[in-house]
Ligand binder design. Structure first.
Ligand code: COA
Length: 246
């Protein structure tokens, strides 16, 4: 298992943490693989009721590692990214996220698969796909407009502009803005409270809200196909190289 991704269980909550702080928790293939394994483990563990995705302390996740985008096979349908995205869409247990610092690309789009999201005023969200020469992923082309409405989704996905926690709250991407000193603790308490509820009722209620799971998988596949095509364009490659040579 990757040292860059760690998981542990406490009080029926599975804590999933990223530990690549020097790169703001940008995700590599190895990290996607580790996250998929840990989520599968949490789903099977009878001692786990809720998953808490903490990202990294004060750096939630800076998106996909841009160097990996230069590998044209990075989004192969059975590769680590595609497998992780489908795993996210398949989760049966509630997932909570605690966000501070950058939440970019998948760092924001994975929030759309969560049931509760808390962020500090230090959180900065963005989905800069178009600016990178690629397109939305993780089902966000569908999930974002479903969650916040078409105009707001278009604003965030087409401009790729960064937005703060207040805007995320106003748009309905997060549940609350919490103090940065203790946001992991705050989210942990929320997770433990949820995990203490009657489990069968909690899981059944969540499942009823996932009536469009099949549609989400379909959108993820369509996005992957389009993203893969765009990755190979000279325009996108030049943008990735520019970031990497800063
Ligand atoms: N892929 C690869 N490396 C990344 C990265 C990413 N997505 N995000 C950050 N890093 C690396 C930086 O290259 C830098 O590495 P270095 O120290 O070896 O130079 C390190 O992480 C710290 O990042 P830095 O840019 O110096 O920190 P910052 O606080 O000024 O800015 C971000 C943080 C996240 C705003 C900025 O790094 C950024 O915009 N990253 C790219 C985000 C992105 O576009 N992700 C892809 C979405 S699809």
């Amino acid at each position: 298992m990757s040292e860059l991704v760690q998981g542990f269980v406490k009080n029926r909550v599975f804590h999933l943490e990223l530990h690549r702080t020097d790169k703001k928790n940008a995700l590599t293939g190895e990290m996607y693989q580790a996250m998929t394994k840990l989520l599968a483990k949490a789903e099977l563990d009878p001692d786990v009721t809720v998953i808490l995705f903490k990202g990294g302390h004060h750096s939630f996740c800076a998106g996909n590692d841009i160097a990996d985008f230069l590998d044209e096979s990075v989004l192969d349908p059975d590769g680590p990214i595609a497998t992780f995205l489908h795993k996210l869409a398949d989760l049966k247990k509630p997932m909570i996220a605690a966000v501070s610092g950058p939440a970019i690309g998948i760092g924001t789009t994975l929030l759309l698969h969560c049931d509760l999201v808390y962020a500090t005023n230090e959180a900065v969200f963005s989905m800069p796909f178009v600016n990178l020469g690629v397109c939305a992923e993780a089902g966000s082309s569908y999930l974002l407009s479903r969650q916040i409405g078409q105009l707001r989704a278009a604003e965030l996905l087409l401009t790729g502009d960064a937005f703060n926690a207040q805007r995320a709250l106003e748009y309905g991407i997060i549940n609350a803005v919490v103090a940065s000193e203790d946001y992991w603790q705050f989210a942990t308490e929320k997770a433990e409270k949820l995990a203490a509820k009657p489990q069968a009722a909690l899981l059944a209620s969540r499942e009823l809200m996932k009536f469009d799971r099949e549609k989400i998988h379909q959108v993820i596949d369509q996005e992957i196909a389009e993203f893969s095509r765009l990755l190979k364009t000279a325009e996108a490659k030049a943008i990735f190289k520019q970031f990497l040579s800063r």
